[in-house]
Design a protein around this ligand. Structure first.
Ligand SMILES: Cc1ncc(C[n+]2csc(CCOP(=O)(O)OP(=O)(O)O)c2C)c(N)n1
Ligand SMILES: [Mg+2]
Length: 332
């Protein structure tokens, strides 16, 4: 298919738009399946789904190059899939099986991939922010031109360690993109009840870090902003903040009764701002894909997700001897 412009505002080809659709749909269907397996008792402990936020990580990843790094919180399944980690390994880890990325010993919040430069998966709110700056420090020190995507939430943005990190990242011009995934809630607390200034992207001003607010339900807006942020960081100008306004459709975790917001609020977002439906419409109206093309993609994605659930169920539980492995880092 020849490269075509999908919208006036973003220079994106039909192929890229189709890829966005696939990548976002994979995350959505994977998370729906994880929710089902949780309900069946096959996933235990905490499980935080990313449904509704898919355009954030998919847009960001479209600006990443080989060797760039990413680190995030416990709401991490989408980030893993978007950077190319294998759905089988992620689902097997969710179910605590030996075939999982952490051999079944980490679960939903603790997976890593050296190959894909994915540095977790962190359950302590905000903990990954200084770690992300550390990764960026290593890249600057090694002069390898890489950037680090450091994701955190609107709730985490109120932590002190974030501002210590901003200070050092700005002082040392670290190639770190701070991605604030503002899904408007921190557990059951709405942003307006927890956050004194609503414009989190401005919080870098005191440190001289540029920031912008981005519509996180529009993957093309995220892609554009990500390209600007990456360009800034790669050219040696130091860190950049992207506050991405998004929304999670499900509860904070699988055990959240979600009494702090109305069903109507969620329904309105789903109906009016769904990021996957948005791309679906762009593909159809721009004649980049037909209904049948999209059905074929849906079928493909379902097959990948079902295969990951089968792989997870068939994978054995970890051997008891695994309790004594992976405790200390190997000397390099
Ligand atoms: C240091 C610390 N404090 C509290 C918690 C409990 N906790 C887990 S998630 C969360 C809310 C974080 O919200 P946000 O940063 O907006 O991320 P989101 O869950 O919305 O993606 C809290 C308070 C924790 N895990 N770690
Ligand atoms: Mg939040």
């Amino acid at each position: 298919m020849a490269a075509k412009r999908a919208t006036a505002k973003s220079n994106v080809s039909g192929e890229e738009l189709t890829q966005f659709y696939r990548d976002m749909l994979l995350i959505r269907r994977f998370e729906e399946k994880a929710g089902q397996l949780y309900g069946m008792g096959l996933i235990g402990g905490f499980c935080h789904l990313y449904i509704g936020q898919e355009a954030v990580v998919v847009g960001l990843e479209s600006a990443a190059e080989d060797g760039d790094k990413r680190i995030t919180s416990y709401r991490d399944h989408g980030h893993m899939l978007a950077c190319g980690m294998d759905a089988n390994g992620v689902m097997a880890e969710l179910t605590g099986r030996a075939g999982g990325y952490s051999k079944g010993k980490g679960g939903s919040m603790h997976m890593f991939s050296k190959e894909k430069h994915f540095y977790g998966g962190h359950g302590i709110v905000g903990a990954q922010v200084p770690l992300g700056a550390g990764l960026a420090f290593a890249d600057k020190y090694n002069g390898n031109g890489r950037v680090t995507f450091t994701y955190f939430g609107d709730g985490a943005a109120n932590q002190g360690q974030v501002y210590e990190t901003f200070n050092m990242a700005a002082l040392w011009d670290l190639p770190c993109i701070f991605v604030i995934e503002n899904n408007q809630y921190a557990m059951g607390t709405a942003q307006a009840r927890s956050t004194s200034s609503q414009d989190i992207y401005k919080r870098g001003e005191a440190f001289g870090i540029p920031g912008e607010m981005v519509d996180g339900m529009d993957v093309l807006a995220v892609k554009d902003a990500s390209e600007r942020a990456v360009k800034h960081c790669r050219s040696g100008k130091g860190p950049y903040i992207l506050e991405i306004k998004t929304y999670r459709y499900r509860g904070h975790s699988m055990s959240d009764p979600a009494k702090y917001r109305t069903r109507e609020e969620v329904q309105k977002m789903r109906e009016e701002r769904d990021p996957i439906e948005h791309v679906r419409q762009l593909l159809l109206t721009g004649k980049h894909a037909s209904e049948d093309d999209l059905k074929a993609i849906d079928k493909d994605i379902k097959a990948i997700v079902n295969a990951s659930a089968d792989f997870a169920k068939e994978s054995p539980l970890p051997d008891e001897a695994e309790l004594w492995t992976d405790i200390y880092a190997e000397a390099t």
